[in-house]
Ligand binder design. Structure first.
Ligand code: ATP
Ligand code: MG
Length: 141
């Protein structure tokens, strides 16, 4: 587990940007943390690192936003409104966990099946108004 201490929204986005520059096809990034902990800020940077120019907004109501036009397609899921694995599957989201691009999932703890093949699990902790601990770990190939 690696811990990155972020002291600003821009620093959180910069971490996501570095991941976006190097991400390969099939990577799934699961973001876990309370409301306002910085998950969407990280996705903004991730999109930038993938050379996606479209603005990123949390897909809380749409469940998923797809961004094309970058180095790889980015699929941005937000499972906040779903309560169980069954609901995730009923919503037709299972295929996003084996992406032909990169998938990033807010509220990834709602996905309770086995982890995707290439998975980065990210835990956000709020330490202060501007301070976040971002803990992450990779599993799979
Ligand atoms: N170090 C930091 N990293 C990220 N965001 C920060 C930081 N410090 C302050 N913030 C603020 O915290 C908020 C994070 O909002 P963001 O939408 O990214 O959270 P979220 O985890 O996606 O929340 P939600 O669960 O509602 O989708 C923003 O208002 C941002 O300006
Ligand atoms: Mg969000």
């Amino acid at each position: 587990m690696v811990t990155y201490i972020s002291k600003s929204p821009d620093a959180t986005a910069a971490l996501g940007e570095s991941w976006g520059r190097t991400a390969g096809v099939g990577l799934v990034i699961g973001l876990i943390g309370e409301l306002g902990s910085g998950k969407t800020e990280l996705v903004r940077g991730l999109a930038r690192g993938l050379a996606i120019t479209a603005p990123v907004h949390s897909p809380t109501f749409a469940l998923v936003h797809e961004y094309e036009g970058g180095r790889l397609p980015l699929f941005h899921l937000d499972l906040f409104r779903l309560e169980s694995q069954t609901q995730v599957i009923r919503a037709g989201l299972a295929d996003y966990f084996t992406p032909a691009g990169v998938t990033v999932v807010e509220w990834a703890d709602r996905w309770q099946d086995r982890p995707p093949r290439r998975y980065r699990r990210v835990l956000f902790e709020v330490l202060g108004e501007q301070e976040r601990a971002i803990n992450y770990e990779d599993s799979g190939a």
